[in-house]
Design a protein around this ligand. Structure first.
Ligand SMILES: [Ca+2]
Ligand SMILES: [Ca+2]
Ligand SMILES: [Ca+2]
Length: 273
């Protein structure tokens, strides 16, 4: 027997923590021989919507793949989740190398989250290692920045759905509950003290980035995995050191203002003649 839980991973920990029960969804676990990954499945079992438990009895010895799907059709071996849900533990709902011998195989679990996930990074856009400074894109050996506050709010900014601090790698993950609906969202970065924004990338959100507010705004679809929502910053002091301090009215050609200074919005330095 192969068994496990398809649980509602409410705290998106990729583990079935105490109190995390079923999803309430109509789901099936299907058993596919590893030698025939294209199917058909040989057995399927309904997942209990309340507890998340499933068990597939009568399994012959061998190596299998277990997939979670929204139907019991054995010829359909492509995992599909109902709208609004994404995977956490076994994020693609396809568990390989399930080896069945003479004993039962329990704990073949799958975590599902009712909402969306947003990932990205914050990096130092100063042009290290052959990168292009202040272009809003991570290139060359531009390093990531840890310890930066990133959050996701509703379209007005009144409700914060999640917030986090970038880790040592400069990466962040935010979670948006399905209750946020298919509505406008804002991903907001708060620069570290002493940093200026040089740009941002909207990733897969299809939204727009505004440097003035340091916000990527987009329209949310519940149950979506968004990636590549990046933020580019530079240390103010390093940037200031790259150009001489002049009065704002100084002519551009003689001020030494770099294209980067123009890019950063120092229009008086680059547009006057
Ligand atoms: Ca959990
Ligand atoms: Ca760059
Ligand atoms: Ca920024």
């Amino acid at each position: 027997m192969v068994s496990g839980y398809v649980y509602h991973d409410a705290n998106h920990s990729s583990a079935r923590d105490g109190g995390e029960a079923g999803t309430g969804l109509t789901l099936y676990a299907k058993l596919i021989p590893a030698l025939l990954p294209g199917g058909p499945a040989v057995l399927s079992a309904a997942v209990d919507p309340a507890t998340g438990a499933y068990s597939i009895p009568g399994v012959s010895s061998g190596l299998y793949i277990v997939v979670i799907d929204d139907n019991a059709i054995l010829t359909d071996v492509t995992p599909t989740l109902p709208a609004g849900w994404i995977g956490t533990e076994v994020p693609d709902q396809r568990r390989s190398n399930v080896s069945v011998g003479i004993t039962d195989v329990p704990n073949q679990n799958f975590g599902l989250y009712n909402g969306s996930r947003i990932t990205g990074r914050v990096f130092n856009d100063q042009g290290s290692g052959g990168g292009t400074p202040n272009d809003g894109v991570q290139n060359g050996a531009e390093a990531r920045i840890a310890g930066v506050d990133v959050r996701v709010t509703d379209g007005t900014g009144a409700t914060t759905f999640d917030s986090t601090i970038t880790g040592g790698g400069g990466d962040y993950t935010l979670w948006v509950p399905a209750a946020a609906g298919n509505n406008p969202l804002r991903v907001v970065e708060a620069n570290l003290t002493g940093y200026l924004s040089t740009g941002g990338q909207v990733g897969t959100t299809g939204g727009t980035y505004d440097r003035g507010t340091d916000v990527t705004a987009f329209t949310h679809t519940a149950g979506t995995i968004y990636t590549g929502v990046n933020f580019a910053d530079v240390p103010v002091n390093q940037h200031a050191a790259s150009r001489p301090h002049r009065p704002r009215a100084a002519p551009a050609r003689s001020s030494g203002a770099s294209p980067a200074a123009c890019y950063l919005g120092l229009r008086a330095a680059c547009s006057s003649r």
